[in-house]
Each structure stands twice: as C-alpha cells, then as structure tokens.
Design a protein around this ligand. Structure first.
Ligand SMILES: Nc1ncnc2c1ncn2[C@@H]1O[C@H](COP(=O)(O)OP(=O)(O)OP(=O)(O)O)[C@@H](O)[C@H]1O
Length: 337
C-alpha cells in the first residue's frame, strides 16, 4: 500500500524466479509508484515486500539487491561506460579490478565491448539503454525493475532493443517487473501481465489470455477489440439497449467481444441474413494505415468497425451518417464476467 497525495495504490504483486511480469495501465494508474515502492524510492504506508524470504521494506534502496533500468538511462555522465557498469559491483564491495572485469563481461554480453572508454554522451539512445541494462544486471540482482525501458527510443531502435532485452530477460534468473504503456512490449517481453487502473489490479494473466479476453474497456482498446458486458441466455446476450446473438451456450453475466474487422457496414438494410444487425450513427472516421476505423455510436451500443478506405468512399461515410452494421454470431466471443 502506497499513498501519494490523494492517490492510493493497493496491490498484491508476485513474481517468481525467472519470471517477467509486465505492469500495464493508463496514465496515472500507479505503475511507476509500484516500481518505486519496490525499489525503496517511495515509502509504503502498509504491507510488505519480500525477496527470497527477506523483508525489504526496512532496507534503504541501495541495500535491496535490486537492479533498475529507467526510460532515460540515468547513466553517470562524468564516468566512462565501463565505470558506469562497474559502479554497482564497486558499491557492493567488489574490488576495483574485479568490478571492472565484471563490467567488461557485461559490456561484451550487451554487444558494447568496444565502447568501454566512451562517455555516455557519445552513445546513441539504443546503446545507452544497453549500458543501463548491463549496469543493472552487473550487480546480479534478485529483482530487476524496468521503467518504460524502450519509451525514449525511436521505432527502429525500439524493435532492436526489445529483441535484445528479450534475450537478456530470458537468461536472467531473478524476477523482473517491467512497467510499460505499450501492449506490444508487454506481449513480447512478459510471461504474465498485470493490468492496474486507479491503483488497483483489474486484470492479470498470460499475455495471450489478456489479449483474447479483456476485462476492462482500457484493455479492450489496447488489444483492439469491441467489448461489452451483458447477460447471456440461450445464445443471446443483452448489452446496452440491444441484443447480440452468439454461438456460445454460456448463461449469466458475460463479456462479449468482436474485432472491428468483423463488422460489415451497409447503406441500406441487407436482407435475408442471419447476422446481428443494427442501425448505427457514424461518430467519426479515422484513417489507420491502409484501413479506416469507423466509430459507431448507439443506441443500441457503441462499436468500432474497421473497413477499407474504398468502403468509406463507396458508403459515403462521414460523421453523422446513419448506416446498418452487421456482425456474424460466429465472429463474437463470449466468456464469463
Ligand atoms: N510525488 C507525488 N506526489 C503526489 N502524487 C503523486 C506523486 N507522484 C505521482 N503521484 C500521483 O500518483 C498517481 C500515480 O502515478 P504514477 O506515476 O505511479 O502512475 P503511472 O501509472 O506510472 O502513470 P504514467 O503512465 O503516466 O507514468 C497519479 O495520480 C499521480 O498524480
């Protein structure tokens, strides 16, 4: 439990040896606060933190045996790359030579053996982040904390460092907690995803499970699905002011999802089809690469459709148009709420 002004974070988080847990959540959800509490950088108002059976809460940050990687690297500008990496082992009592040897090994592992005597300002963003990773791992921490480690990198470097990070995390025997905004980073790097909103855990599971079965609006948007909560009875789910037919036989409170690409749009009512069909108003049309996203507003419910730009032109879609939307029952997916 952590309090920061009016904000309260109340979270139970576990990570096993070798496990990578991603904390995912919207702005202000409390992700960084959770990481900082683990690191000992913000005080907790209750609860405990245990690492390998030891209680960390009374320990100051530098004695917790934790490695940290931040978005902005935070390398010491006046030290060489090698000295940056050797800093941790030195602080933990290693002799100068042993610390430098260990640092050199880590630099080699992250592919930067040739940069030992460079200063941080001479490095690219991707290289700086590799040094930051080497510095965090050189202390052989029981717990590795990564706060948006890829956020400051351009798209290409981001991909490259994501792959490198994935390799190093796979070989890391301690527990790792990664904070990210980016579902792709979470999916690519984590064994388990913990979603927090408003300081509370709202969903937890393997990446594929979270992507397939979102349980909040935020997660559904992140993974690009339309999500509804409603009551199912004999294959029909009542959501908002309408109903949707499904092929599932679940009864009771359920979540129902379908992909935006599963929504077909028509100018006039298509006849004779067994699909879910409703009248919708176009709230917005956005171009998204080679597709167009069409936001539909209810009643009976809101939805997002994804169609080709050609379809937008043919249907003459614009804000305020009234159209018909259809989704096949077989394109819906239902699971218990
Ligand atoms: N130093 C502080 N003093 C008071 N409140 C704070 C402080 N730092 C953060 N908060 C509040 O704590 C809440 C959680 O912030 P936190 O930075 O942990 O969220 P986050 O999920 O990491 O968000 P983001 O994705 O924007 O980084 C926010 O409401 C924020 O306003």
């Amino acid at each position: 439990m952590v309090r920061r002004g009016a904000f309260e974070l109340d979270l139970v988080l576990t990570a096993g040896p070798g496990e990578v847990v991603a904390l995912l959540g919207p702005n202000g959800a409390g992700k960084s606060t959770a990481l900082r509490a683990l690191a000992g950088l913000v005080p907790m108002s209750g609860g405990h933190i245990r690492l390998d059976g030891a209680d960390l809460r009374p320990l100051p940050a530098e004695r917790r045996g934790i490695g940290m990687v931040f978005q902005d690297y935070l390398l010491f500008p006046h030290l060489s790359v090698l000295e940056n990496v050797a800093f941790g082992p030195r602080c933990r009592g290693a002799g100068r030579r042993a610390a430098r040897e260990r640092a050199a090994r880590w630099l080699d592992r992250v592919g930067l053996a040739g940069f030992a005597s460079a200063r941080p300002r001479e490095l690219s963003g991707g290289q700086a982040q590799r040094v930051a990773l080497a510095r965090a791992l050189a202390v052989e921490p029981g717990l590795l904390l990564l706060d948006e480690p890829l956020a400051a990198l351009d798209a290409h470097t981001r991909m490259e460092i994501r792959a490198a990070l994935r390799r190093h995390l796979a070989g890391f025997e301690g527990a790792a907690v990664l904070v990210t905004h980016d579902p792709l980073d979470a999916m690519a790097l984590a064994d388990r995803i913990v979603v927090i909103e408003g300081g509370r855990l709202v969903q937890e599971g393997a990446p594929a499970e979270v992507a397939r079965r979102p349980r909040t609006e935020y997660v559904a948007r992140l993974v690009g699905l339309n999500l509804y909560r409603g009551r199912a009875e004999a294959g029909t789910v009542t959501v908002g002011g309408g109903t949707l037919d499904t092929v599932d036989s679940l009864d009771g409170e359920v979540f129902l999802t379908f992909a935006p690409s599963a929504v077909a749009l028509y100018r006039s009512r298509p006849d004779g089809s067994p699909r879910n069909l409703w009248r919708a108003r176009v709230a917005a049309v956005e171009r998204l690469g080679d597709r167009a996203r069409v936001r539909l507003s209810g009643p009976p419910f809101d939805a997002v459709a994804e169609v080709t730009p050609a379809a937008v032109a043919e249907l003459d879609l614009s804000e305020g148009s009234l159209i018909w939307a259809a989704v096949k029952a077989t394109e819906t997916h239902v699971y218990p709420a």
